[in-house]
Design a protein around this ligand. Structure first.
Ligand SMILES: Cc1cc2nc3c(=O)[nH]c(=O)nc-3n(C[C@H](O)[C@H](O)[C@H](O)COP(=O)(O)OP(=O)(O)OC[C@H]3O[C@@H](n4cnc5c(N)ncnc54)[C@H](O)[C@@H]3O)c2cc1C
Length: 429
């Protein structure tokens, strides 16, 4: 079998890339090892940049129909004994105006289904599932399907297989994994009607995240120590319901739905980042190249953003009549942005990793300063939105750590902080 671009892995990254290429008339073959949608929770929060990319691809209105918009995230710190509110602030996407100024919670498999169904309408798109990439031989992919193997010849081979990537192995890239001292328990519960925005509630030693989903549901994420899950199981579901109710009293009665361990998934955070994304006619995107701590809801967004940039580059390669741009341009644009998001997600995770009163006090101070200082607040939201990247200045660090007072003057000329077409697709300029 022949195609122009072979993509191994029909996850969010592989599908978006395949769709983008096929829509531009490039012959694509996507293979996926799973026969049907997986029930594993794999992230639902779409950041504004991913929404902008879906808009560019003409898919946003379909996706929005099955999503729940989030305009801000309430961050609340509680006293453990009295449940008194020690601090409350809003992390608002609203300030990203006039760009897309909200995030969207969309069930992962529904998002994939929308992209896959749209792609399947295109003649240039071939989807083979279940089929598994097992390696490469003489510049061909070896694919196994129904216990038989066959070869696929292509100009370019893209690895979008997630954390275990045979394409990454072929490129001889090594992973250095970072593990954390904590894990999360995640479950979907029915949602109180008033809970329509994101919410993070913590005490000095407990943490719960609530993110509203469509159909009156809410994603809950509860922090535990690494390896604590068997102990929690021993304590029983009643214990877990009580913990949820204490931290988020609005969930009372809704936590009764937490009545079976099969409804709860254990999430183990992990971080890694390879040093190259491209090797000759091979490239990797998404979790094949990097894994990010889930606290900032970035994983699937990075995969989509990789797919969009590589997709645009491959389109330029096939459309160019003179000098063809190198695939390295994709690595050039994406690697430093991903590195930055990995770093800020890691820092956010550390803020909640150490369960002492001192850490809670530091967190409260830092979040209060962030809420009071327009510049810090804007930069923080911009960085998690994916719409731009702004390093903190020395002044920002001083304000965040209370060495300088919050600044009253807002930043001027905000549009210069957002990525423009030249930043996203520099090879075109
Ligand atoms: C438990 C968990 C929770 C997460 N929570 C969040 C979150 O809250 N927010 C967030 O943004 N991100 C989260 N993520 C990360 C997010 O799921 C990933 O970053 C994102 O899905 C990456 O997309 P991808 O397309 O690169 O890889 P994947 O989504 O992993 O897709 C890879 C696909 O390739 C297929 N595949 C693998 N090997 C082969 C092969 N040899 N041949 C053919 N097909 C193959 C797989 O079956 C899979 O369908 C979470 C991940 C996990 C595992």
């Amino acid at each position: 079998m022949n195609c122009q671009v072979f993509i191994s892995g029909g996850g969010i990254g592989g599908l978006l890339l395949g769709y983008k290429l096929a829509a531009q008339g490039i012959c694509v073959c996507v293979i996926e090892q799973l026969a049907k949608p997986s029930h594993v929770y794999k992230g639902e929060l779409l950041q504004p940049k991913s929404l902008a990319l879906l808009k560019e691809a003409g898919l946003l209105s379909k996706v929005e129909k099955c999503g729940q918009k989030i305009h801000h995230i309430d961050v609340v710190e509680l006293d453990n004994d009295e449940n008194d509110v020690l601090m409350k602030m809003k992390l608002g996407y609203e300030q990203l105006s006039p760009f897309i100024n909200y995030a969207l919670m969309v069930p992962h498999e529904e998002l994939k289904e929308i992209i896959r169904n749209e792609a399947m309408k295109l003649d240039e798109f071939t989807f083979i599932a279940p089929a598994r990439l097992i390696g490469f031989e003489n510049s061909r992919a070896i694919v196994e399907k129904d216990k038989k193997s066959f070869h696929i010849k292509a100009d370019y081979f893209i690895g979008a297989e997630g954390r275990r990537s045979p394409t990454r192995d072929q490129m001889r890239l090594k992973l250095k994994k970072k593990h954390y001292n904590h894990q999360y328990l995640t479950a979907t519960l029915p949602r109180p009607p008033a809970l329509t925005e994101g919410k993070i509630i913590s005490t000095h030693n407990r943490f719960i995240g609530l993110f509203p989903l469509p159909n009156q549901q809410v994603r809950t994420v509860y922090l535990i120590n690494h390896g604590e899950y068997p102990l929690i199981k021993k304590k029983g579901l009643r214990f877990l319901q009580k913990e949820f109710n204490e931290l988020a009293p609005e969930l009372l009665e809704y936590t009764l739905a937490l009545n079976d361990w099969s409804k709860i998934q254990l999430m183990t955070p992990l971080t890694y980042h390879v040093n190259r994304y491209v090797d000759n006619h091979f490239a990797i995107i998404g979790d094949a190249a990097h894994a990010v701590h889930p606290i900032a809801g970035q994983g699937m967004n990075l995969a989509m953003q990789d797919a969009a940039i590589l997709g645009e580059l491959l389109c330029s390669v096939y459309q160019s009549h003179h000098e063809r741009p190198s695939l390295k341009a994709y690595e050039h644009v994406r690697r430093k942005r991903n590195e930055f998001v990995l770093k800020i997600s890691d820092q956010s995770a550390l803020l909640y990793s150490f369960r002492f009163h001192l850490f809670q006090r530091l967190r409260i101070r830092s979040m209060k300063n962030l809420g009071n200082d327009h510049r810090l607040h804007f930069k923080h939201i911009l960085n998690i939105s994916g719409l731009g990247l702004s390093h903190l200045s020395l002044g920002d660090y001083f304000v965040q750590s209370s060495l300088l007072p919050a600044r009253k003057k807002p930043l001027k000329n905000l549009s210069r902080y957002f990525f423009n077409k030249e930043n996203d697709y520099p090879w075109k300029y």
